[in-house]
Design a binder for this molecule. Structure first.
Ligand SMILES: Nc1ncnc2c1ncn2[C@@H]1O[C@H](COP(=O)(O)OP(=O)(O)OP(=O)(O)O)[C@@H](O)[C@H]1O
Ligand SMILES: [Mg+2]
Length: 494
């Protein structure tokens, strides 16, 4: 076989390497830090927490694309700092790289506000302690637009981001098409609210009278969870604590709340704070899911709140542009330890389950559920709704809701006369429904003939060709004949 000639490559000049303009670099970097409206909200709330605020309120318009406004009552920003406030890498939280090892504030890069000015229009209103009035300044592309203007202000800082991603057409389009970011923002603030219990949080849509998250400062974590996630979740939580003071590299403390076997949800809710930072840790989440699946298969999608405290030098904060992930020294050890404590907590709670009891009301007309653990309160979002037997479609004739007596009023036992009436009603209906069952008995056959001869032919036709609808009480039944509905005294019918 002859070799086919491979065309020789045409000699080509290598493409020229150019230095990107600074505004392009900044906008690319900003797109990484502020990936979507919820990332801007997270940065602003963290700034407010760093400013020692005790109250933080968030207002959002159009899922954050039109407006995000975060107001706090923190220490404010000095007038002299306003000109460089939104320049890249300007921060009050870090001065040298080594500080990063022991930093306790959420922010440290001096990048968040700058990034917002490259992808949105930023306005800052702030007042510091002892000032008679505040200042308002606006920012674009890292720079302050005009001199700050004196204005009336309440304690703290208010930061407004308008028209987010106005200069990133593709990002804006995907966000407009995708589901609104507002639920994500509500979820984020809910998470902050249950950890920072000494701070009150609120979040609402612009123009809405009611806040979707509204918490007041409290000293009890469980109260905070109850007010944010609802009573039914708080009721099904168990406190969990782990601490390891063993080898030097594995010092840590964890405390939190984990759901018990009564909490059934479609997906796991994992609220994790490491050194007071809201972070994700896929490995820990998976490890916990594994224990739940093995121990409580029906409750394998738990609600978890955990706060892990480690020496700051054991946590690397600088591994993700949004600071969403951190890396821990001895991560496997910490995860294994937490996993094993969660496992033993679940096993012991499963061995001694507590049920809520409800006394049965025998005079009630509806058939009551007998299983104690099927009695639960209405569930909040995320928890599967409880099945109420008498509201279910019959699928099993053995189920009480599928039987005839389920339609009758339950009376206290002891009335033998009524009881015998009932059994005769049952037998007469059974005979009428299945004549073949009794057709071979002569006595019955004679009775049938006697009735046929004696009775009113019109009535007989109604009874024979009617459809049984159901019992109204112990005596009357509803029958449908053609287009008519008849109330029939079934005892007299015999
Ligand atoms: N709500 C606020 N109250 C008081 N000061 C604030 C507030 N928001 C921002 N600042 C000041 O502005 C500076 C810049 O904020 P920015 O969020 O850009 O950076 P950072 O918080 O220092 O670091 P990071 O980029 O990691 O968030 C902060 O260091 C802080 O001094
Ligand atoms: Mg910040």
């Amino acid at each position: 076989m002859e070799d086919e000639a491979i065309p020789a490559p045409i000699p080509k000049e290598p493409p020229k390497i150019l230095r990107l303009e600074e505004c392009v670099v900044n906008r690319i970097a900003a797109g990484e830090v502020i990936q979507r409206p919820v990332s801007a909200v997270k940065e602003l709330i963290e700034n407010s927490l760093d400013a020692d605020s005790t109250s933080i309120s968030v207002v959002v318009k159009d899922g954050g694309l039109k407006l995000i406004q975060v107001s706090d009552d923190g220490h404010g920003i000095c007038y002299e700092d306003l000109p460089i406030l939104c320049e890249r890498h300007t921060t009050s939280k870090l001065s040298k790289f080594e500080d990063l090892q022991s930093i306790r504030s959420m922010g440290f890069r001096g990048e968040a506000l700058a990034s917002m000015t490259y992808v949105g229009h930023v306005t800052v209103t702030t007042i510091t302690m002892g000032q008679l009035h505040g200042y308002r300044a606006t920012y674009r592309d890292g720079l302050m637009v005009d001199e700050p203007k004196a204005c009336a202000a309440v304690k703290g800082t208010q930061i407004m981001i308008e028209n987010l991603f106005y200069n990133m057409a593709a990002r804006r389009k995907t966000l407009q098409n995708s589901a609104d970011d507002y639920p994500k923002i509500v979820d984020l603030i809910s998470r902050f609210a249950i950890h920072h219990t000494h701070v009150s949080f609120s979040c609402r849509k612009h123009g809405a009278g009611r806040a979707d998250v509204h918490t007041i400062a409290t000293s009890s974590r469980l109260d905070a969870i109850r007010s944010v996630y609802g009573v039914s979740i708080a009721r099904n939580l168990m406190n969990i604590e782990v601490s390891d003071t063993g080898p030097l590299n594995s010092v840590f403390k964890m405390d939190g709340f984990i759901s018990n076997s009564n909490y059934i949800a479609k997906k796991i809710t994992m609220v994790l704070f490491i050194n007071d930072r809201l972070v994700d840790c896929g490995a820990l989440k998976r490890a916990i899911e594994i224990v739940y699946t093995a121990t409580l298969p029906k409750a394998s999608k738990p609600f978890i709140y955990m706060s892990i405290i480690l020496p700051p030098e054991h946590v690397d904060l600088n591994i993700h542009p949004t600071k969403r992930e951190v890396s821990l020294l001895n991560q496997e050890f910490v995860i294994e330890k937490i996993q094993s404590v969660v496992g033993s907590k679940l096993r012991s709670s499963n061995e001694s389950r507590t049920f809520q009891e409800k006394t049965m009301d025998f005079s009630s007309s509806s058939p009551t559920a007998t299983s104690k653990d099927s009695i639960k309160e209405p569930s909040p979002s995320g928890i599967k709704s409880q099945k109420v037997p008498h509201k279910m479609v019959r699928t099993d004739t053995l189920d009480p809701s599928g039987r005839l007596h389920a339609y009758m009023q339950m009376k206290p036992p002891g009335n033998s006369e009524r009881g015998s009436c009932l059994s005769s009603v049952r037998s007469s209906i059974r005979q009428r429904r299945n004549p073949s069952e009794t057709a071979d008995l002569t006595s019955i056959q004679e009775l049938v003939n006697e009735i046929d001869n004696d009775c009113h032919p019109g009535l007989l036709d109604i009874v024979r060709n009617s459809t049984y609808t159901g019992m109204v009480d112990e005596i009357f039944a509803l029958l449908q004949h053609n287009t008519h509905l008849y109330l029939v005294n079934v005892i007299n019918l015999r």
